[in-house]
Design a protein around this ligand. Sequence first.
Ligand SMILES: Cc1cc2nc3c(=O)[nH]c(=O)nc-3n(C[C@H](O)[C@H](O)[C@H](O)COP(=O)(O)OP(=O)(O)OC[C@H]3O[C@@H](n4cnc5c(N)ncnc54)[C@H](O)[C@@H]3O)c2cc1C
Ligand SMILES: *[C@@H]1O[C@H](CO)[C@@H](O)[C@H](O)[C@H]1NC(C)=O
Ligand SMILES: *[C@@H]1O[C@H](CO)[C@@H](O)[C@H](O)[C@H]1NC(C)=O
Ligand SMILES: *[C@@H]1O[C@H](CO)[C@@H](O)[C@H](O)[C@H]1NC(C)=O
Ligand SMILES: *[C@@H]1O[C@H](CO)[C@@H](O)[C@H](O)[C@H]1NC(C)=O
Length: 478
Amino acid sequence: MRLRFTLFFPLVIAVQGIWSTNLANIFGPYVSNGTEFAASSDSDFFQVASGRWSTWQAPKFQAAIKPVTEADVQAIVRIATQNRIHFLATVNGHGTSLGFGKFKDGLNINLGNLNSVSIDVENNRLTVGGGSTFGDVHPLLFAAGKEIQSGNTICVSVLGATIGGGIGVQQGNHGLVLDALMSVRMVTAKGDVVTASREENPELFWGIRGAGANFGIITSATYEIYDQTNGGNVVLGNLEFPAATNRTIWEILRSYDDELPGKLSLQHSITFNHTTGRASIVLGFIYLGTMAEAKPHLDRYLALNPVATTIFNQTTTTNMYNIFSGACTPGAYHNEYMVGLGKTYIPAFESIFSQISTFCDTHPTFTGQVVAQRYSNDVMMTKPSGDTSYPWRDIKIYILINNIYDGPSLDDEVDAFSKKIRATFQSADGFPSPQIYSNYDHGDEGPTALWGVNLRRLRTLKDHWDPENLFGIGNPIR
Ligand SMILES: Cc1cc2nc3c(=O)[nH]c(=O)nc-3n(C[C@H](O)[C@H](O)[C@H](O)COP(=O)(O)OP(=O)(O)OC[C@H]3O[C@@H](n4cnc5c(N)ncnc54)[C@H](O)[C@@H]3O)c2cc1C
Ligand SMILES: *[C@@H]1O[C@H](CO)[C@@H](O)[C@H](O)[C@H]1NC(C)=O
Ligand SMILES: *[C@@H]1O[C@H](CO)[C@@H](O)[C@H](O)[C@H]1NC(C)=O
Ligand SMILES: *[C@@H]1O[C@H](CO)[C@@H](O)[C@H](O)[C@H]1NC(C)=O
Ligand SMILES: *[C@@H]1O[C@H](CO)[C@@H](O)[C@H](O)[C@H]1NC(C)=O
């Protein structure tokens, strides 16, 4: 196999430890003009390498390369493999998992230049480059009167979210982001380009939709798109409730366990104000429809006398995504955990609320929050369960334990605290075993919690497409 490549790319033997300062010689002749290189010691390294959202367990790169074309990606994979340079392709570096922290001294392949977006309005198709973000996509779709289910944040890459699942406020309308995926072009471990879709390489297409970082580098992808819901107008509410209201908030959440309108999303953030010494619940209320439709749901919350209320009436969907973009700010130390829930167990929520309040009060430098996202999964559940390798379509509430603090000195305490909270939630999650969304995992849950019964089939697929284990260090399937 290796021999075949040498016909195209003369084998360049990199001297151990020196390859990173020799990038122009190793890669330069085989990539297009415009491909940038930098060693980690170069002053322009951070322009060439992809951005990084969290400093917690960040991958460490010895060098970075920023290709321009799909053929560049092929050449980079082939040459890096020949030279035993391990690599990690990223877009904006939102992946947080212990797995990423295990990546040391390799090459960053920054996909940021592969950010093309094209829309075929007539056939309802969107084609994006492997490095496009939701922020690249939404304004263009909006202008065309179209929409797609999406992550909520514009900085996240379309493919990065898709290949793990892709959850967000539009999922009640259209399902997971991966449900809209029609086909991908992917650079394989051999440096070939293959297409995967329902018709071509269907087994690979199954695997990509749930464990996609494990098989190759996707250079472009085509999605189904839809006419805008309610002309792109939504109702957004931001309401803050005092701690004393917490049980009532969880009671309302539980009342939506069996039936949540597809257009309604509820995002509860348990936050703590170190000035007042009080915890509160900030509710993000999103209704993809008219104020009249939203009102009965909104009124339930307004009746609780929130201490702060902002309601954006008839806001366009593009603006909605801009409003959510606060979470994009990079550079903080985020140590994340997640739990998938199939139901609301009020005593667990109440106990956790009080534990968070106490933990924050006794840790003045801790500014994290616990977020409970409730999205409708009714549309998702209509897809056959074996259709994709994403296994957890029955998650109703996504809990994100978003720990933010100064750095490693608090790790042990935060980890112990987070594991306790996770266990409390999981003791009454409504599932036979833990169900973890891989795009939000911590990295200690094990692959069965991420892929369940699909794990065996995924490993067989992995043996076929990536026997040398070049891809997927962030969330490995083996
Ligand atoms: C602020 C923030 C908000 C978020 N909001 C949401 C949300 O609303 N909904 C949701 O579902 N998720 C959300 N996420 C999670 C997000 O989907 C994952 O972190 C995702 O992996 C990010 O992809 P990325 O390319 O931006 O990050 P990166 O760290 O650059 O990449 C993450 C992983 O995807 C792989 N990857 C990226 N692009 C490709 C490609 N083209 N081909 C092959 N592999 C690729 C990388 O190799 C890596 O393993 C959020 C994350 C953050 C930090
Ligand atoms: C390569 O790109 C640079 C900068 O865009 C340009 O100045 C140069 O002429 C190009 N070289 C070739 C061979 O195309
Ligand atoms: C905390 O409370 C104080 C006093 O009410 C307020 O001024 C401040 O804005 C609050 N901080 C945050 C982060 O909400
Ligand atoms: C929202 O829009 C409707 C119809 O245009 C209007 O009657 C109502 O007062 C608005 N509400 C808010 C909170 O702006
Ligand atoms: C949450 O609500 C319950 C029930 O009203 C109350 O007993 C408890 O004190 C509240 N928690 C906090 C931290 O205020």
